[in-house]
Write a protein of this length. Structure first.
Length: 199
């Protein structure tokens, strides 16, 4: 490889594509290793930070990491996270500071706009509730403006809940497909509601 290739962002962006995470094809351990590699590249190479972060956040299985971006960046509240999950009473999210500074909103918006494919686990309050609390805290709709595909995974769903309200803020003009994994008969009305919104 010539020395000119080391400074060519296009070549490095193509190389990074080999670490693209597939929600359908990669096993959990493969996805974890790819995420580690992309994170290392993002941290170690200033010129590759943006393309590495784009790939790292493109395919997500949870929005909980976005809550951590908000909490880490609020230095004036180090002991009290802005978004806090409590396991009492089945688990719920709380918003401790209603005014998130604009610089943090912009940073979080940047991360949210990178997400193009999301597999959302329906059931655990931490996962489903993260969508609701982020939407409420940031006041944005749609929450993921570049979302192309959404997979609603119901394998951990145990009771009738408010999952339909949580995913309402995920419906965006860029959304082209919604798939469902392990849908129960009790969820049929919710699925039909989601499908009617898309048509």
């Amino acid at each position: 490889m010539s020395t000119d290739a080391f400074g060519n962002l296009d070549i490095w962006t193509n190389i990074l594509q080999y670490f693209k995470i597939s929600l359908e094809l990669d096993s959990e351990s493969e996805a974890k290793e790819k995420r580690k590699c992309l994170l290392r590249v993002a941290l170690l190479s200033p010129s590759l930070t943006t393309p590495a972060l784009d790939l790292l956040w493109q395919n997500m299985t949870s929005l909980v990491p976005v809550t951590q971006v908000i909490n880490v960046n609020l230095a004036f509240l180090p002991l009290f996270p802005v978004l806090r999950f409590t396991v009492d009473h089945g688990g719920f999210w709380t918003l401790t500071c209603p005014n998130i500074p604009n610089n943090i909103r912009r940073r979080v918006d940047k991360y949210l706009s990178r997400i193009q494919h999301l597999r959302l686990i329906i059931g655990p309050p931490k996962e489903t509730g993260a969508v609701s609390i982020l939407s409420m805290a940031l006041g944005v709709n749609p929450l993921l403006p570049r979302l192309k595909s959404l997979d609603l995974d119901s394998r951990q769903w145990q009771a009738v809940g408010t999952w339909i309200y949580a995913i309402g803020t995920l419906i965006s003009p860029s959304l082209t497909s919604i798939s469902y994994t392990a849908v129960a008969a009790a969820q049929f009305e919710g699925v039909m509601t989601v499908q009617s919104v898309l048509s």
